[in-house]
Design a protein around this ligand. Sequence first.
Ligand code: ZN
Length: 260
Amino acid sequence: MTPSQPNRTTPAARATKLWTKFGFTEPADLVLEDLAFALGVVVIEGRLDSADARLIRNRDKGLIRVREDIPEGGRKRFALGHELGHWELHAGVSQVFSCTSEDMLAGYKGSAHEVEANLFAAELLMPRNLFRRRMGNEDPLAPVLRDLAGYFQTSLTATAVRFVELADEKYAMVLVEDGRVRWWRASGAFEGFWIDPKLEVSPATLAGAYLNGEPLPPGAEEVDGDAWLGSKAPQVGDPLFEVAIPLTAYGQILSMLWPA
Ligand SMILES: [Zn+2]
């Protein structure tokens, strides 16, 4: 009975409603454990083997367990927001949700319920209007993303995804792991942006140069668009700006790209 297409409006609307109901005006007001408690859900941290977080529902009471060894506060918050999404949206679907780190990334692929839980978590943690106001017209340089992540208490990766989602201009983010592209997202304006799946990162990119032991420049640097873009991208040949940010706790590199 899993719907094949996620509902893309209800999850965010439900998260917005909670901000209104509880009178939150800034991210510091949003104490997730308190919000959960007000919604009938107790949150604990503990051991989980294969999942990042789990929700168990018993009628109007719930228990969320978040994996204790998630190495980053922001990622724990996203996992908790994700489970609250299941709590708010999926009462009739299942009494148990056990969600992996892959589920927390589901944006377009993945089960509709996982996508919906992520849409809810993104809006709950990084409300659209507040996020847009704070991002202004800045390019996603490392200090800009770090400021946003600090303000919203989110991981750099979730912050970068939100930045790309809400940008009116052409921006993309790429997550590199083990020298290959793991996944990427592009803003709606960046039509035709395409990176081949599992692309081996070229040394002509900043991420690739960093993997080869070269130091990263402090800001954005122009790189050859061909080094990133795949055969399906019409912009091949056009130069790109790149900012590369190592995520050392995960052995990953986050690269932000936009037309030069
Ligand atoms: Zn889930």
